[in-house]
Design a protein around this ligand. Structure first.
Ligand SMILES: NC(=O)c1ccc[n+]([C@@H]2O[C@H](COP(=O)([O-])OP(=O)(O)OC[C@H]3O[C@@H](n4cnc5c(N)ncnc54)[C@H](OP(=O)(O)O)[C@@H]3O)[C@@H](O)[C@H]2O)c1
Length: 228
């Protein structure tokens, strides 16, 4: 079901990003007890002119990049197999360029599959390379992040905040400190929910069945050795 989740997860990623950059999380908390507080507005960040790094420029990553570009962002990315990407991505690096590229980004979005290479990819050393003003967004898999290292980066102000649809562990226990870390927005692994996803999935399924019967090449074949 490669790419099938592109539109909905891209919208969810943008929702997490805008919640943080426009401080909607703080205003929602104020709204719950009727507090009119404008807050530290010098911290509000425009997306326009800032840089997004998409880690995992596949089906979903490309949909996120397209939306970020529409917001006026510079988009850079990494993928596993080479340097090819869409015209709205300024630079596509390979996986091991991540440590170099991550320091250029104001928004870092992880949307890689979970493989031996991406397990624990975002650890203390990686957060150390991010701009202190940058936000980390995870819509890929929770285990790509070392949760204790993310918590430490948030606690020390090493990064500005995080928007997480996926976490490790899932479900996140009620008393887990990540719920209360500063500037964190968490959704319970729902970015994949969508009213149109099933239609898209059936389209791929029907076409793959037709191709299978005809002996043609199939879409979205998992490479077991590669892990996705
Ligand atoms: N939050 C949710 O509810 C939800 C729902 C569905 C999926 N997901 C996650 O989203 C992932 C991506 O889905 P997709 O449909 O976009 O799959 P996809 O089209 O296969 O894209 C995966 C991309 O990740 C790249 N990649 C693999 N290993 C990498 C590495 N070490 N460093 C950088 N890039 C790497 C691949 O590179 P190449 O193209 O060069 O091979 C590919 O571009 C899924 O595997 C899943 O973990 C989350």
């Amino acid at each position: 079901m490669q790419r099938v989740n592109g539109p909905n997860i891209a919208e969810h990623a943008m929702a997490l990003i805008l919640t943080l950059t426009r401080q909607i999380n703080a205003y929602l908390a104020n709204q719950s007890d009727g507090t009119w507080a404008r807050g530290p507005q010098q911290k509000l960040m425009d997306l326009e002119g800032h840089t997004m790094l998409v880690v995992g420029l596949g089906g979903i990553g490309t949909a996120i990049a397209e939306r970020a570009h529409a917001f006026g962002m510079h988009v850079i990315a990494t993928r596993n197999s080479g340097h090819k990407g869409s015209s709205f991505v300024d630079y596509v690096g390979v996986a091991d360029e991540l440590p170099k590229l991550i320091g250029q980004a104001d928004i870092v979005v992880n949307v890689t599959p979970l493989t031996s290479e991406t397990t624990g990819l975002f650890n203390a050393a990686m957060f150390e390379r991010m701009k202190p003003s940058a936000y980390f967004i995870n819509v890929g898999r929770g285990k790509s992040v070392v949760t204790d290292d993310l918590l430490a980066a948030l606690k020390t102000g090493r990064i500005a905040g995080a928007g997480l649809d996926v976490v490790d562990p899932e479900p996140l226990p009620k008393d887990h400190p990540l719920w209360h870390a500063s500037n964190v927005v968490i959704s319970p692994h729902v970015a994949g929910d969508s009213e149109l996803k099933l239609d898209r999935a059936w389209l791929v399924m029907r076409e793959n069945l037709r191709r299978y019967v005809a002996g043609d090449r199939l879409f979205s074949v998992v490479d077991v050795k590669r892990g996705y």
